[in-house]
Design a protein around this ligand. Structure first.
Ligand code: THU
Length: 133
C-alpha cells in the first residue's frame, strides 16, 4: 500500500533524527491522521532521564499542531529482536485520539512485524467518553 510505504519511510527518517544518546535506542513514530496528512515523531532523551519523551508523543504533538485530532493508522519503528510496541503511557496517549479498531503497525527498518489494534494493545481502556457521566 502506497501510504504505508510512505509512513515506513518517514519513520526511518524519524529514527535517524532521534536524540537518544543514553539508551542508544532510536524510535520513530508516524501517524496517518483522518485528513490523510502524515505526522512523524522521534524519541528525545534528557540527561535527567525521566524528562525524556517517546516518539509517539512527538508524533501526537505534531498532529495536534497540524490541526488534526484523529489517528487513523500508526507506525512505531525501532530496532532489536523484541517487538518495539508502544509503552504503556503511549498506549494511553494514543487512546485519546484513536478508536479501538485503529491499527498500530509495529515495525523495524525492514517493514511491518506485527499489526495490532488499539483495543488489543490497551483493552478495557479509559478515554474521554468515560468522563461523560
Ligand atoms: N521509546 C519510545 O520512544 N517509544 C516507545 O514506545 C518505547 C520506548 C523510547 C524511550 C527511550 O528514549 C528509548 O525508547 C528507550 O526506552
Amino acid at each position: 500500500m502506497q501510504t504505508l510505504e510512505e509512513m515506513l519511510q518517514m519513520a526511518r527518517g524519524a529514527m535517524e533524527k532521534s536524540y537518544s544518546p543514553y539508551s542508544e535506542f532510536p524510535v520513530g513514530a508516524v501517524i496517518k491522521a483522518q485528513s490523510g496528512k502524515l505526522y512523524a515523531g522521534c524519541n528525545v532523551e534528557n540527561a535527567a532521564y525521566p524528562a525524556g519523551s517517546c516518539a509517539e508523543q512527538g508524533a501526537i504533538s505534531a498532529m495536534i499542531l497540524g490541526g488534526d485530532t484523529k489517528i487513523q493508522e500508526m507506525v512505531v519503528m525501532g530496532n532489536g529482536k523484541q517487538l518495539v510496541s508502544p509503552c504503556g503511557s503511549c498506549r494511553q496517549r494514543i487512546r485519546e485520539f484513536a478508536d479501538p479498531e485503529t491499527v498500530i503497525h509495529i515495525c523495524d527498518k525492514n517493514g511491518v512485524r506485527k499489526s495490532m489494534t488499539l483495543d488489543e494493545l490497551l483493552p478495557v481502556s479509559f478515554g474521554p467518553e468515560n468522563l461523560k457521566c
